[in-house]
Design a protein around this ligand. Structure first.
Ligand SMILES: NC(=O)c1ccc[n+]([C@@H]2O[C@H](COP(=O)([O-])OP(=O)(O)OC[C@H]3O[C@@H](n4cnc5c(N)ncnc54)[C@H](OP(=O)(O)O)[C@@H]3O)[C@@H](O)[C@H]2O)c1
Length: 410
């Protein structure tokens, strides 16, 4: 079969030679609305431990804003250096769909299974992975659909079988397709770095709390018995945060000390320090007590890290997974070493963590926070909203083979 229209299913076992996909090419790197275009590309072959997924809906994630911009990494050039021939990036790192074909050595899923796919990808024969250590720390680890090709913006996505988790039956395709990347990342950040994991009664400061990561972090903290203080930039997001587990909310627009911290010997530092202390008072007000956050859930980076480091409790942890506002981070080391704080990088999740948070979704403890569902042809537009920080809250999805919203819930 040459190609199958979106939404039509080929006969069981049949794989069309070509497929519909949203892709980026180097000559259109730039803002998402121009970078991401619909194309017809060859359907990929699968390896012995791979699966081909008939994608029903995809999540929209910030990593493919970066892929479209071509920075900080040109993902196409990076793969070509490793010997991959493709001159395009058909991305997408979050997916709900149906297992369509499996490689010869796959045993955990079979054709017809309804799954969601997490985005931790690694070489199956990586010695680190084979040793049983955390695969997210392996040299071969990649983000599926960002650093690998043929992700969830494809009619048929290629993934490794270990990435598959059962689709929560009560969710529609678009609800199921929108959360696992952010949920699994948030789970690893909050629960994966013992002894600095959320304990009953712990305070957690959550930046970008109404965003994709933040909305899931609030719910995970609440489910684990912690008390999340949410940070937003818009009063319209306040109630959303309170409805999703936050015990208090701070509006970062009430402060202006953001960005790289001034030299500690300069007089500007005094103004910065006042801003940080005032933010600390706002934290106390939001918490209803004179307490510090045991965990600071970070991703803005450059704009906020000096404040995060100042605020974090003695022996606490600032855990960070991105530099949304920039990579030039500064901290006042005196607060860091004297109060023995931990600064922990974190990236995606392993299978165990993805499974744990997917079970929280299946148990109804964590809602995917789907904010909007777009048509397949609006994939570029949805990334543009994210790029401009104009999506209202939570996570976005786009339909791929699902023909309308609301399908798939059992
Ligand atoms: N490494 C990983 O495994 C991993 C996984 C998932 C996501 N990420 C990264 O994490 C970041 C957030 O992803 P997301 O899906 O949550 O994106 P999102 O839904 O767009 O949310 C980001 C939030 O960040 C806040 N924000 C933006 N600029 C800020 C600034 N200068 N200071 C403070 N807050 C700011 C915004 O909230 P307010 O304007 O309301 O404050 C926004 O809601 C992205 O950079 C993404 O690439 C990394």
């Amino acid at each position: 079969m040459e190609i199958c229209p979106l939404g039509e299913r080929p006969a069981p076992g049949e794989v069309p030679d070509k497929m519909h996909a949203f892709a980026v090419r180097q000559d259109r790197f730039g803002e998402p609305k121009q970078a991401w275009q619909r194309e017809i590309i060859a359907t990929p072959a699968i390896g012995a431990l791979d699966v081909l997924i008939y994608v029903m809906a995809t999540g929209i994630n910030y990593n493919n804003v970066w892929a479209g911009l071509g920075r900080p990494v040109d993902v196409i050039a990076e793969r070509q250096k490793k010997g991959e021939p493709e001159d395009f990036h058909a991305g997408g790192s979050d997916c709900s769909g149906i297992v369509w074909a499996v490689g010869a050595e796959v045993s955990n899923v079979k054709p017809g299974d309804e799954v969601v796919v997490h985005s931790g990808w690694w070489e199956p024969d990586d010695p680190w992975v084979l040793s049983g250590a955390d695969p997210m720390l392996a040299e071969s680890t990649r983000i599926w659909g960002y650093q690998t090709n043929y992700g969830s913006y494809c009619q048929f996505a290629r993934a490794q079988s270990h990435q598959c988790q059962p689709k929560p039956k009560n969710l529609t395709w678009e609800q199921a397709g929108c959360y696992l990347l952010c949920a699994s990342t948030a789970y690893r950040m909050l629960m994966g770095w013992a002894p600095n994991a959320v304990n009953e009664g712990d305070y957690v400061l959550v930046w970008g709390a109404a965003g994709g990561l933040g909305s899931l972090a609030l719910q995970i903290v609440a489910a684990k018995g912690g008390k999340a203080i949410a940070v937003v930039s818009d009063e319209d997001k306040r109630q959303f945060c309170l409805d999703h587990g936050a015990v208090g909310v701070i509006n970062r627009n009430d402060f202006s000390h953001w960005g790289v911290m001034p030299d500690v010997n300069s007089k500007e530092w005094g103004a910065w320090f006042k801003g940080a202390r005032d933010f600390g008072k706002a934290f106390w007000e939001a918490a209803g007590a004179k307490v510090s956050p045991q965990i600071v859930f970070e991703h803005p980076g450059e704009a906020t890290l000096p404040t995060s480091n100042f605020l974090c409790a003695t022996g606490g942890m600032v855990v960070i997974c991105a530099g949304t506002s920039g990579y030039n981070v500064t901290i006042d080391l005196r607060f860091h070493w004297m109060r023995q704080k931990r600064f922990q990088g974190s990236h995606l999740s392993n299978d165990t963590q993805a499974k744990a948070v997917n079970e929280m979704v299946m148990a109804g403890e964590v809602d995917p926070c789907l904010s909007g569902t777009y048509d397949f042809d609006e994939i570029g537009h949805a990334h543009q909203l994210m790029y401009e920080n104009r999506h209202p809250y939570g996570n976005m999805a786009a339909l791929v083979n699902a023909t309308e919203k609301g399908q798939g819930a059992g």
